[in-house]
Every structure is written in C-alpha cells, then in structure tokens.
Design a protein around this ligand. Sequence first.
Ligand code: PLP
Length: 451
Amino acid sequence: TTAELRALDAAHHLHPFSDTKALNAEGSRVIVKADGVWLTDSDGNRYLDGMSGLWCVNVGYGREEIADAVSKQLRELPYYNTFFKTTHTPAIELAAKLAELTPPQFNRVFFTGSGSESNDTVIRLVRRYWDIKEKPEKKVIISRRNAYHGSTVGAANLGGMAPMHAQNVAIPGVVHIAQPYWWGEARQGETPDEFGLRTAQALEATIDALGEDRIAAFIAEPIQGAGGVIVPPATYWPEIARICRERDILFVSDEVICGFGRTGKWFGCETFGTHPDLLVMAKGITSGYMPLGGVMVADRVVDVLLEGGDFNHGYTYSGHPAACAAALANLAIMQREKLVERVADDIGPYLKARWSTLAEHPLVGEAPMLGMVGALELTPDKAGRRKFPEVGKVGTLARDFSFKNGLVMRAVRDRLIIAPPLVLSHGEADELVARARKTLDDSWTELKRWG
Ligand code: PLP
C-alpha cells in the first residue's frame, strides 16, 4: 500500500535536493508507472508530466523499443569498459552517431555516466588542453550566477547557485558573471535588447579585468534550465559568440537540458548560432531510460589532446554498453519520428501560442517559451516587475496546486517551469495549459485569502 511504501521510504531513503525530515512528515508521492506523457502514482492518480521527469524523457514513457534494445544488450554483453585498449560495439556506434548529429566541428566524444560527471570531465579536459599548449596559467573558468552544471564537487563549483556553494568544497579559479534574466535583473527602463547586450559584455569585461592569459574557458547553458528557464534576449548570444571568437578561450555549451531537440534544433547552440569547443550532454541522449552522459570535443581541441599522451580520467561506466544501446534506440526514434522538426514546426509553436496567453493572468509577469521549455514568472506587481517579499513561498504554493490539478510543474523561486516530452499531442498541450491556468487561478484565490 502507499502507506507501507511511504513508511519504508521514510525509514531508509535520503532524498536528493530535499529536506528529508520535512518530506517524511508529509510522505513522498510514489510514482509507479508511466506511459506517453502521463504518470500514475500508487493511489492511481494521473499527472501530465510537464517536466519530462527531470527534463529528460524527450521521447515519452513506455517505449518498448528502448526497453528491448537494453534487454538484448544485457543478454549479449551486459558490461565491458572502454579503458586500456578495449571498446565495444554500442560505444563505437553511438560515438559515430553523435558525430553525425552534432555540429560539424565535433567528431569525438568522451563518455560519462551523467551530466555532473561530464562537467567534471570538462574541467579536466580544459586544464589538460592548456597544459599541453604550454599555457598552464590559463586556469580560470567563467560561469554564470544561477547556472546549474551538476552536483559533484567540480560541477557544483561551476554552477552559480549560492545554496549549493554554501554546502560545497570550493575549488579555485571559477568566476561567476550575471545571467541574462531580463525580467528579474534589468535596470528600470532598460529594454531586453539593451540588457542582453550589457549582460553579454560582462564576459568581455571579466576577461579584461582578470587578463586573457589567465582565462581557460567560458561555460553556459543555451537556456538556463534549473536557474528558472531563463530565455536570453535576442542580443545576448550573438555578442557572447563574438567575444568567444575573438578571445583565446574555450567555449563550453552545457546542453544537458537543451540538447536532443528541446529548443527545436538538435542542440541549443544551433538555435542560438554559437560555436562551442566542448558540448556537454546527458539526459535526452537516452531520454532518461538509462544513465549516460558525454562531452563532445571539437576537432581543434582533439588535435591538441592527441599530442598530449595519456589523459588520466575516466569512469567505470564511461560508455556503458546497455546505456549506449538505449541511446541508439532513443536517437533512432527521434530521427524516425522527426521529433526535432516537430518541436520547431508543430508542437513547439502550438504550445507557445497557448502558453503565451497565460501572460495575461494577473499573477504572471512573463510567460516565455522556446521550443519545449517555458516558464511563468509569478509576481505581485506586473507593471512594476516586483518580486514577492518571501522568495519561493508563492512558487511552492503554486507548484503544489499544480500537482493537485494533475500537472507536474516545477518551482524555481517564484517561477514555475515546464519542459514536457517532445511527443506531447495538441490535445495534451491544451490540457497542460488548462491545468496551468487553473493552478494560477487557485493560487490567486489563495493569495487573496492571505491578503
Ligand atoms: N548540466 C545541466 C544544464 C543540468 O540541468 C544538469 C541536471 O539537471 C546537469 C548538468 C547535471 O546532470 P546530472 O544530474 O545528470 O548529473
């Protein structure tokens, strides 16, 4: 029963990113099965999964084809590694497939087990690159406030979230600059384009202030995801791309969320016209059916690394055969069903048109959406772009109403966010927006009750 499962969970499980004590008092929601875009809990309640799990189930739940590919691989060769002069067929085939799908500068991948491991790999690849080039003083990595790059010690240092830094072990040489969050951080009267340009130029100013000879790399997500789905103003990425082109630094695009169709192209860097040297992937590579990550490395970086001899880095599960088999089956589905094109030309614009109408709600400051990722900024004062005094309280209230209304949305501070599976139907998109609207109405009524 649900009560028995909750009791076991409360006794034995420490939950990630949770106040486990508070959660135990309330009891976790136990998800028992899923199909398409729908989740079912242990009491039989159904939820439209507006978050694709944790931004990963791009092809939707219940894909027998992926389960069969994993099962076949587990029977044939459940495990082997890619260390010490060995490899295996699924890793070889997936590496070649990724070279085909990623932008032309990428022809090699370093496999990992997750996004966090991928970003730790980035730190080590960047360091190695500049050491081989005999510029060991280039050690600083520039990142952005509120960025999320993972939870391992290295990746959490790259991330720009203060509560995570407070519990982490600091490593030297990571500097954070502003995020392109116009609604929350623009000056009075500053247009999105002016703000986008100013925020991008913070990169150049930081490079100049610290000295270009000390800067190793700049890392950023095309759209900041866990930071609140921050869709940058149109001027932001072209200016960043210019700076990265003109300066002697590596540019790392963290595509753990934006990769594999989320923004309407295979990768977010293609949507925004940037030219990364390293491209970080995880999540959508297998649609979350198996854990897998990777770092694509551009030819100009590979050429240097290959001159450097041993790279003393790798994971037992780098290129796990069953995970690679899941990825190959997942990517075959995406290509056969033209899911990336569907996001660009069909369901993406359809959902955006409906989602945008939520901006008219009195509680909503802005309702951005790009591809299949969007947000609702909740505010007590639309015109004044004001925030609620107690950050996160209204967001959590709305998130809980959303669950009650059978829709999974996530709250980041007082911003609700969605990233539904790319297979969402038109009818399901209508349903998603109707449930989001009901959530806003419920929250509005409750806020009025609070006075
Ligand atoms: N990078 C980004 C942009 C992410 O959103 C995440 C996870 O949400 C990660 C890295 C970390 O990935 P993982 O949880 O697979 O370690």
